[in-house]
Ligand binder design. Structure first.
Ligand SMILES: C[S@@+](CC[C@H](N)C(=O)[O-])C[C@H]1O[C@@H](n2cnc3c(N)ncnc32)[C@H](O)[C@@H]1O
Length: 283
């Protein structure tokens, strides 16, 4: 059974699914993805045994699962997602040589009763999935449950402070006040409201789920999306003009790579990136 919040999420991704991967054509998201891969690969993937098994919770069209599987030849994974429309896109990637290494399951990541405790070396959830669930705490607990002791739980989630800034930048004062006071917000008027997070409440959610060695980073921390980057295609003129020059792109990327490794700047991130480890003796 789906709740009314899930119905709204499903409708939203139904309309986005077929064009979702077009974001890769936008220069801002290429920079953001490059930074995310740097954080993910450097802190987690490169440290795992080569035949690691992962869960991509809310993996959608499979953009990140595919990248992990193509970069690490012996890895295998499962994408778990509520939306049949998003999974339909992931299935195309699976049928392109990943049939034996990638499995797709449709369901709610807050209750993955078909997955056993301690199954995965790595569980990750990227780009707002934890913003869309009914209870982020239940989802993180569930992600921790299916992860092996010593395994990692990694999430990329919407930063409350950035959502306040973004709405004010567009003159949407009421949306900014809602994000500040209720901890729920959105970037476009057609998307469902999402839970928003700060570095400290995220740490608490991870700790309550029995995760330790918690690291929280922000990215990008110096350059932010404009209105056009909230759409699937097109670029905000100022951003496009700045980043289309390849020297600028390289310099800004290097700056971002250095700064985003500093914990103290996390709260300036467009996104928050959090890693935690399941300690021994945690169920
Ligand atoms: C913005 S997309 C991100 C997709 C993918 N993680 C990525 O980074 O490309 C959010 C995804 O979360 C999924 N989702 C939202 N709520 C969910 C839930 N309760 N359980 C499983 N998936 C959910 C949506 O269907 C959608 O595919």
């Amino acid at each position: 059974m789906t709740t009314s919040n899930q119905e709204e999420v499903l409708q939203y991704f139904k309309s986005k699914a077929s064009g979702y991967d077009l974001v890769e054509g936008q220069v801002y998201w290429r920079l953001s993805d490059q930074l995310l891969w740097h954080l993910f690969d450097g802190n987690i993937l490169s440290q795992l045994n080569e035949s690691f098994h992962f869960l991509d919770a809310g993996g959608g069209t499979g953009r990140w699962s595919e990248k992990v599987l193509r970069s690490y030849d012996s890895s295998t994974g499962i994408i778990y997602d509520l939306s049949a429309d998003m999974l339909e896109q992931a299935e195309r990637k699976r049928q392109n040589g990943l049939e034996s290494r990638l499995e797709l399951r449709q369901g709610n990541i807050e209750r993955m009763s078909d997955l056993d405790d301690g199954t995965f070396d790595l569980t990750f959830s990227f780009h707002n999935v934890l913003g869309f669930v009914n209870s982020p705490q239940e989802a993180i607990k569930e992600m921790a449950r299916v992860t092996k002791e010593g395994g990692h739980v990694v999430s990329v989630i919407p930063n409350q402070y950035h959502c306040i800034f973004f709405n004010l930048m567009l003159g949407r004062v009421e949306e900014a006040v809602c994000a500040a006071e209720k901890g729920k917000g959105r970037f476009t008027l057609d998307m469902p409201y999402m839970h928003l997070f700060t570095p400290s409440n995220l740490r608490e959610l991870y700790q309550k789920a029995g995760l330790d060695n918690i690291g929280i980073f922000g990215f990008p921390v110096t350059i932010y999306p404009g209105m056009q980057e909230t759409q699937i295609t097109g670029s905000t003129e100022k951003i496009e003009n700045l980043l289309k020059n390849s020297d600028n792109y390289t310099n800004i990327y290097k700056l971002e790579e250095q700064l985003s490794s500093r914990g103290e700047i996390a709260a300036r991130g467009n996104n928050l990136f959090v890693i935690g480890t399941k300690m021994e003796g945690q169920k």
